[in-house]
Design a protein around this ligand. Structure first.
Ligand code: IPM
Ligand code: MG
Length: 370
């Protein structure tokens, strides 16, 4: 009998707990209908953890995350914690998890589902069928580089410093993830940096090119400066298949790409560590949307980003492609049937809240599983 799958659920703040609840109903459904049992542990992160324990994540929670087969994260932050010192913000919890678990490859798909093609602010003919995967490096670069900090200068001015640093092994391992993904997709990788102004960008470009030549010459590799990439994403987004880039550029470009879809509330993400000898890797899954404090507690948040993050978890952490595909299809079918949460509402559709949307996905799963 195979061991149960251990999941750590970290709902966090704002709409996080509301959308996580809909995932738990899917997990119950899988237990009853698909005979897949998960051992669930739930814990506090972000502002909720600051209120209860004084820090945004405790070492015990980090330890639990390391033991889990996968972590499903909600979202953190909110105005009531904005006044806290820089090192005490709710956001520290996600950065801590990325660093402590070595989650260096952040996979951020931007997909336009057919029923939502008109939700984009771009013309439908520009985004129809869009399917981009941004692979963002997520444990290095300027987010973690030293030196950093704010110092006082002798003449009374102050200086803020952050440092972009990349070593060749950090570049190679994330590029490898991008090339491997491209092999299962359209076979194209675009590597993005600012090699025209940053030495670290030049090293990035050279390292990716060398790896490509050594091991991945079957994949088509192109390079782009980050500013041009931002422009090209808006001009003609379908030219891209897989984009691989640094932590900071990936942060910016993935927000941009997610808005091409017009439905931030729908997009999942995965952040993966390096596989060990047995193939097991740390992994964390979270929707791209934030904690959305303005709509928290109203029952109107779109749960599909969190549900699709769970589908990604099934696919990447447990190789459960069939179950993942079923959840993805159920979400698409529900949208095609005309149900919409407020964020993706369109003329002629029926506006529903979080729970009705979750319920509709469950009913659709029942049909697909029949
Ligand atoms: C993201 C977020 C985080 C980041 C914040 C919350 C620290 O914007 O996951 O994209 O900048 O990485
Ligand atoms: Mg971001």
């Amino acid at each position: 009998m195979p061991a149960n799958k251990n999941l750590l659920l970290l709902p966090g703040d704002g709409i996080g707990p509301e959308v996580m609840y809909e995932v738990q109903r899917i997990i119950d459904w899988m237990d009853r209908k698909r005979q897949v049992t998960f051992d669930l542990t739930e814990d506090l992160v972000g502002g909720a953890c600051i209120d209860a324990r004084g820090v945004s994540i405790t070492p015990a929670t980090v330890a639990r995350a390391k033991l889990a087969d996968a972590v499903l994260f909600g979202s953190v932050g909110g105005p009531q914690w904005d006044k806290l010192g820089f090192d005490s913000r709710p956001e520290i919890s996600i950065l801590t998890l990325r660093r402590e678990l070595g989650l260096f490859a952040n996979l951020r798909p931007a997909i336009v589902l057919d029923p939502l093609v008109d939700a984009s602010t771009l013309k439908a003919e520009v985004v129809r069928g869009l399917d981009i995967m941004i692979v963002r490096e997520s444990t290095g670069g300027i987010y973690f580089g030293e030196p950093r900090g704010v110092t006082s200068l002798p003449d009374g001015r102050r200086r803020g410093v952050n440092t972009e640093v990349y070593d060749t092994d950090e570049i190679e391992r994330v590029a490898r993830v991008a090339f491997d993904l491209a092999r299962k997709r359209q076979g194209r990788v675009c590597s993005v940096e600012k090699a025209n102004v940053m030495e670290s960008g030049l090293l990035w470009r050279e390292t990716v090119a060398a790896l490509h030549m050594r091991e991945y010459s079957d994949v088509a590799l192109s390079n782009m400066y980050a500013d041009n990439c931002a422009m090209q994403l808006v001009r003609n987004p379908r030219q891209f298949d897989v984009i691989v880039t640094t932590n900071l550029f990936g942060d910016l470009l993935s927000d941009l790409a997610s808005m091409l879809t017009g439905s931030l509330g729908m997009l999942p993400s995965a952040t993966l560590g390096a596989p060990d000898a047995s193939g097991r890797r740390h992994a964390l899954y979270e929707p791209i949307h934030g904690s959305a404090p303005d709509i928290a507690g109203k029952g109107i948040a779109n749960p599909l980003g969190q549900l699709l993050s769970f589908a990604m978890l099934l696919r990447y952490s447990f190789d459960m492609d069939e179950d993942a595909g079923m959840i993805e299809r159920a979400c698409t079918n529900v949208l095609a049937s005309g149900l919409r949460t407020a964020d993706v509402m369109a003329p002629g559709c029926a506006k529903v809240g979080t729970h009705v949307m979750g319920e509709a996905v469950l009913r659709e799963l029942d049909k697909l599983n029949a």
